[in-house]
Design a protein around this ligand. Sequence first.
Ligand code: BG6
Length: 376
Amino acid sequence: MADKGGFPHYMLKEIFEQPQGLRDTIAPRVSLEEAVVRLDEVRISTDELRALRRINIVASGTSRHAGMAGQYMIQDLVNIPVDVDYASEFEYRNPLIGPGELTIVITQSGETADTTAAQREAKAKGSRTIAISNVVDSTIAREADGVLYTHAGPEISIASTKAFTAQMAVLYLFALYLGQVRGKFAKEQRRQYIRELLDLPGKMEALLKTAPSACEQLAEKYYKVQDFLFMGRAIHYPVAMDGALKLKEVSYIHAEGYPTGETKHGPNAMIDENLPLVIIATCDREDSESVLRYEKNLANIRGFKQQSARVIAIASEGDEELPRLADHTIFVPRATELLLPILEIVPLQLFAYYMTVKKGLDVDRPRNLVKSVTLE
Ligand code: BG6
């Protein structure tokens, strides 16, 4: 697993390994026939999970973006309040957590010093802890009460890709498991949720047939640009954050992730022909809230076009309106709202990858960065 397998770079190989990483992470934990999610490795009693009042998610970098998506998943599906923190900030805010609460630490390496310290602080305050990690028996995995491993395989490239999508799949599984334990869903609803998860790897494989060439062409056009603004609403905001981080960390191009609705409070002043926008404007037609957000996104894009901005839109397959508005549209397969982020991030990963290759930089080993920051 730990060689390039014919790919020019580990990052590209790991982007293409994502469908398999999703399969290996999801399949062993669900039974479609029984409509059941099994997460025995959680090692926290169902009574405790039923009594859970609040969840804190703590992580760094890309892993924190997964936690941000997990907040939407858990709050939407299970109605438990979730807070998300930077691991490096957690200790400074005197986290008011304790018994009856759960702290989920998300970490690809399982060795990040800030995240290790945060988990220790949470335990010291009486919180139960679950680690989501991609490395078996890592420090953080060993010290947690329960561990949910992502099975993405070794992630060599400094920019996290396949671990990220696997982390979001685990968070969705955990939300389903919590809902199952707390009796939130009827059996047929559970079966539907599980089916949607199991369909994801195939959808991602289809996406990986079209997105790479589209993103490579975009990189041809944009690799000399020095600034980007990425936007997303609701659960798509964490995707915009990670798309911006991917671009920053491998190509050194300045990029910012922002909630789409928030740009009118400031960033809009910067938006003109010199600041290209990447906007996530997918739509789950089965979800009325998603449709409302989609309409707002269209209105935003019309406004940005009046400010002469160049717009790269991430849209749902079949959308005929967006391509008429945006300068470039990349389509992702249709999926349920809470699982769309796992597909949407793929073109953003590919865009960052091709921009970096066009710039002739070392995409797997960006300057000043390490794969796991084990010292604070
Ligand atoms: C950074 C990595 O050093 O640490 C990122 O470059 C990663 O890719 C972040 O998201 C957190 O690392 P981990 O291993 O705790 O997920």
